[in-house]
Write a protein that binds this ligand. Structure first.
Ligand code: APR
Length: 236
C-alpha cells in the first residue's frame, strides 16, 4: 500500500513528531505512562514564563534534553527517509522535533516548526551558540545575557519561514505521511488537515490514537515506525 503510493505520488511530505525519535533513545511527550508531560507540566517548565521567572528549573530541564540530543542520534528510520529524499520519493520533511536527527541522517529539505535544541541564542543580543555550552554549565553570553535554546516555547510564535514552507508543502502534497505524533499541538496539527483538504492521501503511523485518525486513508498502529519504514523500504 504505502510503497505503491510513494511510487505514484508526485509530491510526498513526511510530518514527524517525537515518536520518530523514541527509537533513537529520546522520550516523547504524551505516550501513556512514559511521555515527558506525564510527569512534568509543560506550562511550568517549557514556557516563556518558566524562562523568565524559574530560570534554574528551566535550565536544568533543557540541559537534560540537550544531553539527550547530543548523546543519541538518528536511527534506521531517519536514514531511510534521507534515502527516499535522494531517490526523489519524498519532497520534504516537516518536523515538530528539535533533535536535528533528520539532518544528521542526511535529509536536506527539513522544516523545523519548533526550532532546534542543537543551538542556543542570547536573550539579550541574539548571538547563537552550539547547545553543548549547556553541557559545560555555561549559561551566559559574552555580553552577559542569558542563553536559551533556539526552540519554540509554549506561548511563543512558530518561526515564520518554517511555518510558511510547511504550509506550501501541505497544500501541494498528494501524499502526506504522519510519523509518531499525537497531533495534539496547534498549529502544527493543522498541516495534516490542510493536506487532506487539498486532496492529499493521509497516512498516520502512530502507536496510539490521534484526533485525525478518522480522516486517514491508512492508519498503522501495530508496528513501530522503524520496523514499518524498513518493511516499506524493502517493497520499493
Ligand atoms: N512508533 C510509532 N509511534 C510511536 C513510537 C514508535 N516507535 N514512539 C512513540 N510513538 C507515538 C506515541 O504513541 C505518541 O502518540 O508517538 C506519539 C508522540 O506524540 P507526542 O509525545 O505528543 O509528541 P508530538 O506529537 O511530537 O508533540 C508535539 O508537543 O510538547 C510539544 O513541542 C513539543 O513538538 C512537541 C509537540
Amino acid at each position: 500500500m504505502l510503497h505503491e503510493w510513494l511510487k505514484d505520488s508526485k509530491h510526498t511530505v513526511i510530518f514527524t513528531g517525537a515518536g520518530m525519535s523514541t527509537e533513537s533513545g529520546l522520550p516523547d511527550f504524551r505516550s501513556t505512562n512514559r511521555g515527558i508531560w506525564r510527569k512534568k507540566d509543560p506550562s511550568k517548565i517549557a514556557s516563556l514564563d518558566a524562562l523568565n521567572h524559574h530560570l534554574e528549573d528551566f535550565i536544568a530541564f533543557y540541559r537534560e534534553r540537550v544531553l539527550g540530543v547530543k548523546e543519541f542520534g538518528p536511527h534506521k528510520g531517519h536514514q531511510i527517509l534521507a534515502e527516499w529524499e535522494k531517490k526523489g520519493l519524498i519532497q520534504s520533511i516537516i518536523t515538530q522535533n528539535v533533535d536535528g536527527f533528520h539532518q544528521a541522517a542526511g535529509s536536506k529539505n527539513v522544516h523545523e516548526l519548533h526550532g532546534t535544541l542543537q543551538e542556543l541564542h542570547c536573550q539579550t543580543c541574539g548571538k547563537t551558540y552550539d547547545s553543548s555550552a549547556y553541557l559545560k554549565e555555561d549559561y551566559h553570553c559574552s555580553c552577559g545575557g542569558v542563553l536559551r535554546p533556539s526552540i519554540v516555547l509554549f506561548g511563543e510564535m512558530l518561526p515564520e519561514d518554517a511555518f510558511s514552507a510547511a504550509y506550501e508543502h501541505a497544500k501541494q502534497a498528494d501524499l502526506f505521511v504522519v510519523l509518531g505524533s499525537s497531533l495534539s499541538v496547534t498549529p502544527a496539527n493543522q498541516f495534516p488537515e490542510i493536506a487532506k483538504q487539498h486532496g492529499a492521501k493521509l497516512v498516520i503511523v502512530n502507536q496510539e490514537k490521534t484526533p485525525l485518525d478518522d480522516y486517514a486513508d491508512l492508519i498503522v498502529f501495530d508496528r513501530k515506525i522503524g520496523a514499518y519504514l524498513e518493511e516499506v523500504n524493502k517493497l520499493l
